[in-house]
Ligand binder design. Structure first.
Ligand code: KG4
Ligand code: ZN
Length: 347
C-alpha cells in the first residue's frame, strides 16, 4: 500500500485543528483558536470553547483540504482526538469526525491527544528511533512516556500529581499581575532575573517522594512557595522582585522536568528525548534540556512551536502511524474520554 492519506481533527481544548498527512509527510495544517474569547475570563470557558469548535469546524476543514489539494473521497482514514480534554470540546470534534467517516465510508480512529503531542515530531524530524522517551508538557498535561512504537507500544512512566507545568506558570503569572495566559510573560520576565537569587522547592525530587515517584511531578508546593514569597513582600509594602521570582520559579520547573526526563532516558537506555506540548516554548526548559542532554549523549528533538501547541497535524500523525501499523479502526459509536489514560493510543 502506498503511504496512507489521513485527515487529523483536534478539538480537545481551545484550538480547532485540521491537518492532512500522507505517511510521515505533512500536506496541510490549519488551526483556528478561541483563546481571544477566553483571555478576559482568565481561563478557558468550556461552553465558549465548544461553541467556537462548532463554528470553526467546517471552515477549518475546508481550508485544510484546499491547502492539501485533496478531497474527502481520497482519504484513507479520519483520525480525531477522543481524549483527554474538555468533554464538550471533544464531543464536537468526535461527532463531526463520525459524520465525515460515515458519509465517506472511511475508517475512523479516535486517538489520544497526549500521545499525539509526541507523534507530531515524526513529521518534522523524520522516523523515530526504536525506543525513545517523550516529555509532553502544556497547560493541561505534564507526562513522561516511554515509546517503543508510537502506535502500539507507549508506556506511561509518570505524570503530574497536581498542576501541569504551563498551568503553574499561568498561576504564577497571575500572582505577579501578568496577563493571561501568564506562561510566556513569566518566561520573558525570567530572562531579566537572577535564577540563583531565590531557591524554590523542587517537588518529588528527594527522599521517599523521589523513590516512590521517580517520574511523577508536583508543582503545587512550588506554586504555594512562590505565593508565600510574593505575599511577604506585599505585606511589608515592599516591591516584589518579580524578575528574580520568575527566574527562580522557571529554574525550579525546568530543573525538575529535565532531571526526571534524563533519568528516564538513562534507566531505559534511550538516547533520544522528544519534547512536545505548548510549554516546550519555555526558554529555560529548552536551554537546560539541550545543555544536560548533550552532556549525556542524548539527542533532544523538539518540533517548531506551532506543532507543539494543539493542532491537527499531531492527530493526523498518530492516525497515520496507527494505519501503518495495521491497527483496527475505532467503532463508529466511539465515546469521548475526557480522562483518556496513556495506556490507550486509541479507543
Ligand atoms: O499546548 P498548549 O498550547 O495548550 C494546552 O494544551 O494546554 O500549552 C499552553 C500552555 C499555557 O499554560 C501557557 O501559559 C504555557 O503553555 N506556555 C508557556 C510558554 N509558552 C506557553 N509557559 C512557559 N513559558 C513559555 N514560553
Ligand atoms: Zn495539548
Amino acid at each position: 500500500m502506498s503511504e496512507p492519506l489521513i485527515l487529523g481533527i483536534e478539538t480537545s481544548c481551545d484550538e480547532t485543528g485540521f491537518a492532512v498527512v500522507r505517511g510521515r509527510e505533512l500536506l496541510a495544517d490549519v488551526t483556528a483558536s478561541s483563546m481571544d474569547e477566553h483571555a478576559r475570563y482568565g481561563g478557558i470557558v468550556p461552553e465558549v470553547a465548544s461553541r467556537a469548535h462548532l463554528e470553526a469546524f467546517v471552515p477549518t476543514l475546508d481550508a485544510a483540504l484546499a491547502a492539501a489539494d485533496v478531497d474527502l473521497g481520497q482519504l484513507d482514514a479520519v483520525a480525531v482526538t477522543a481524549g483527554p480534554g474538555l468533554v464538550g470540546s471533544l464531543t464536537v470534534g468526535v461527532a463531526g469526525a463520525k459524520a465525515l467517516a460515515l458519509a465517506t465510508g472511511k475508517p475512523l480512529y479516535g486517538v489520544n491527544h497526549v500521545i499525539g503531542h509526541a507523534a507530531v515530531d515524526e513529521l518534522v524530524h523524520g522516523r523515530f528511533p526504536d525506543r525513545f522517551v517523550s516529555l509532553v508538557v502544556s497547560g493541561g498535561h505534564t507526562s513522561l512516556l516511554l515509546v517503543d512504537d508510537i502506535a502500539t507500544g507507549v508506556t506511561e512512566l509518570g505524570q503530574t500529581l497536581d498542576d501541569a507545568a504551563g498551568e503553574a506558570f499561568d498561576k504564577v503569572g497571575r500572582l505577579l499581575g501578568l496577563p493571561y495566559p501568564g506562561g510566556p510573560h513569566v518566561d520573558r520576565l525570567s530572562r531579566e532575573g537572577d535564577r540563583d537569587a531565590i531557591r524554590f522547592p523542587r517537588g518529588l525530587t528527594s527522599g521517599k517522594d523521589k523513590a516512590r515517584h521517580p517520574y511523577d511531578f508536583s508543582f503545587s508546593g512550588l506554586k504555594t512557595a512562590v505565593a508565600r514569597y510574593v505575599e511577604a513582600f506585599q505585606d511589608r509594602g515592599e516591591e516584589v522582585p518579580a524578575a528574580d521570582v520568575a527566574a527562580g520559579f522557571s529554574e525550579a520547573v525546568a530543573d525538575v522536568l529535565v532531571t526526571k526526563a534524563l533519568v528516564a532516558c538513562e534507566r531505559s537506555e534511550c538516547d533520544t528525548l522528544v519534547i512536545g506540548g505548548g510549554f516546550s516554548a519555555n526558554s529555560r526548559l529548552r536551554e537546560l534540556a539541550a545543555e544536560r542532554a548533550a552532556a549525556r549523549g542524548v539527542t533532544v528533538r523538539i518540533p517548531p512551536i506551532r506543532y507543539c501547541t494543539d493542532n491537527g497535524a499531531m492527530i493526523a500523525a498518530l492516525g497515520s502511524a496507527l494505519v501503518r501499523s495495521g491497527a483496527a479502526p475505532s467503532p463508529l459509536d466511539l465515546p469521548t474520554d475526557s480522562g483518556m489514560p496513556l495506556e490507550l493510543v486509541r479507543v
